[in-house]
Write a protein of this length. Sequence first.
Length: 327
Amino acid sequence: MPRAIQIAAFGGPEQLQLVDVAVGEPGPGEIRIRHQACGLNFIDVYQRTGLYANPLPLTLGMEGAGIVEAVGTGVTHLAAGDRAAYASQPPGAYCEVRVMPAKCVVRLPDAIDFDTAAGMMLKGLTAQYLLKKTRPVEGLEPGDFVLFHAAAGGVGLIACQWAKALGLQLIGTAGSAAKCALALEHGAAFAIDYSREDFVARFKDITGGKGVKVVYDSVGKDTFDKSLDCLRPFGLMAAFGNASGPVPPFAPGALGPKGSLYLTRQTLFSHIATRESTQAMADDLFDVVGSGAVKIRIDQRFPLAQAAEAHRALEARKTTGSTILLP
């Protein structure tokens, strides 16, 4: 029988267990895909701990790449034998074979290998909607500064390169000198080591005391308040993750004295709610990767059976770039 990584209770990495699963035929609007590689993301940790609750038992994983084995009725954009990739709800990518909704699965260009696809779909589509769709009210122009936290992570390294291609000056933060060097290597205009520097003070040095139009923040609790202090009037705080924990309850009235700021909490799954939007975003991602403007780093590979070790490395901030699991 095919194998999958499941949890029967919320908790630590020790909850991740390799189990046999039965996989049937795809129903209407579904496909069956055999994975060649699966992606690891911080949202998997949130689901494992129960911060983002799902019914149990739960197979984790939100992105993968492989070969379509069968399609259900009504699926016309994919066929058996196609190379395919996805970032999609519901969870379930940590497995050898799965049946899943077809609407967020796209055909994978021949020029992109399975490992790269599994390491870039959720992260790359996230960078796409942040830089292209989550924009401040005054817009973004070439030469503008943007502040991007966790710049050496999977999303961050893609965003560094994509921002540079768009002519933006990305100021990245990271937790070590080595990670800052990695962000700079991938196109960040500046990098701030928040383990040694006050990132607000350093940020003000870089910008001459001027705020940025937008902050992209996946860290959450540890960076939220200071991120607001980096914005110019009418700037946008775009939160899209909680790596350090969820942001405590927040009074919207505080946004006024800081410059009539805007605050949004974004999630990829709002942006890929239809097949058409998913395909358009994926085409944009495939184009920028295919052009060479954005290169995908796969810095960690783990066998599927070692998913718990992969989670420990991710939570300890020992990873850079993308991490994949190999069935």
